[in-house]
Design a protein around this ligand. Structure first.
Ligand code: PMP
Length: 367
């Protein structure tokens, strides 16, 4: 091997590439995907129509997503100048780490949280610091105890992926209050729209009132636009300024900008998606709880998925195989220390019934 080939940076070589959930069975047969927390109701018809009507793609999109940011500002009561759009919120999470952390710095996050935080830290040469959880939820005391002089960024997903757990506003405020003012607190609200009416973790208010809070949101979940890759972030002017300096200049497509703007205007679709999720999630959790004597347990979820723990004779691997035999792909995350769990996206009523039936049959056959 030549010794003159380009050398991968050691901190890049240390990254485990993000592995998306599989969507084919052992025989290559396609499975119905309940592994990526997508919207089982699809996409708002208004967003689909706007996407179709978007200008022809030989033109670049508006580099500043001006109209979309204005609409986000209107809907959420934010100054559009303090909103930045990204190629999914993934891009913005990465930019937040890149803008505020580098070699020698530390990036904090809880165990069992979103896999991109570790990658975001490493790819800018910073050191990821994974903090122990408390029964699958972020532990504010443990996070604060892990802060060092080198901490530059702290990520919190709320609700959290892959566990679905949620920290109420008082806990989020306590975490923020305990962080040094020079630590950027990134509050990832990818699943915020699934919270019950009136429930709010206070993130947007914190971002408006402090210089070290960035909130990120996505159009991939409740708005059913995962394939278009659109997210947004808001925070103090110097935070937004940093992200704007390092983001891709045309980072949201023409069709994506149009679709996202229309999606925000379709409150009926958002409500239907939230109601469907609450109903089917509760039904599925009850079905899992009925298998509690077989060691199955559902982690309390405020998101559009449920993490099921397998703490008895039935293993997560066996459940993954049984669910695949029934025709469904769900998420197994052994690489994240979750070999004993499956994360199952809330699908249609029929899909959730089929998965519950597969789990029931597996438990009965294991007796
Ligand atoms: N944050 C969390 C917690 C997520 O679960 C996801 C999607 N899996 C994202 C951010 C990224 O979503 P997107 O890039 O599609 O906006």
């Amino acid at each position: 091997m030549s010794d003159t080939r380009p050398e991968m940076k050691p901190y890049v070589a240390a990254i485990h590439a993000y592995v998306p959930g599989r969507s084919a069975g052992k025989d290559g047969k396609p499975l119905v995907k309940l592994s990526a927390n997508e919207n089982p109701l699809g996409t708002s018809p208004a967003a689909l129509a706007a996407r179709e009507a978007a200008p022809a793609p030989h033109r670049y999109p508006d580099p500043d997503s001006t109209s979309l940011r204005a609409t986000i500002g209107k809907v959420h009561g934010l100054d559009p100048a303090l909103v930045v759009c990204g190629t999914g919120s993934d891009e913005l999470l990465n930019l937040a780490a890149q803008g505020f952390a580098g070699p020698g710095d530390e990036v904090l996050f809880s165990r069992y949280s979103f896999a991109v935080y570790d990658i975001a830290a490493r790819r800018c040469g910073a050191t990821p610091v994974e903090v122990p959880d408390k029964d699958y939820a972020a532990d504010v005391d443990a996070l604060l105890a892990a802060v060092s002089e080198r901490t530059r960024v702290a990520f919190l997903a709320n609700p959290n992926n892959p566990t679905g757990t949620y920290l109420p506003a008082a806990e989020v405020a306590r975490l923020h209050a305990g962080l040094p003012a020079n630590v950027l607190f990134v509050l990832d609200q990818a699943y915020a729209e699934y919270l019950p009416d009136g429930e709010d973790d206070g993130g947007l208010a914190l971002a408006a009132a402090n210089e070290n809070v960035l909130v990120t949101r996505t159009f991939s979940k409740i708005h059913g636009l995962a394939g278009e890759r659109i997210g947004w972030a808001t925070g103090a002017p110097h935070l937004v300024d940093a992200l704007n300096r390092i983001r891709g200049p045309f980072n949201v497509t023409l069709a994506g900008q149009a679709a996202a703007e229309a999606a925000l205007g379709d409150a009926d679709f958002v409500r239907a998606s939230r109601d469907h999720n609450a109903k089917e999630r509760a039904r599925f959790v009850a079905a899992v709880e009925a298998l509690g004597n077989h060691g199955l347990r559902a982690v309390p979820s405020e998101a559009n998925f449920v993490m099921v723990l397998f703490e008895g004779a039935v293993s997560a691997e066996a459940a993954l195989a049984a669910i695949a035999d029934a025709g469904y792909a769900v998420r197994h995350l052994p690489g994240q220390g979750l070999g004993h769990a499956l994360r199952i996206t809330v699908g249609t009523a029929e899909q959730m019934d089929a998965i519950a039936a597969a789990l029931r049959a597996l438990c009965e056959s294991a007796q």
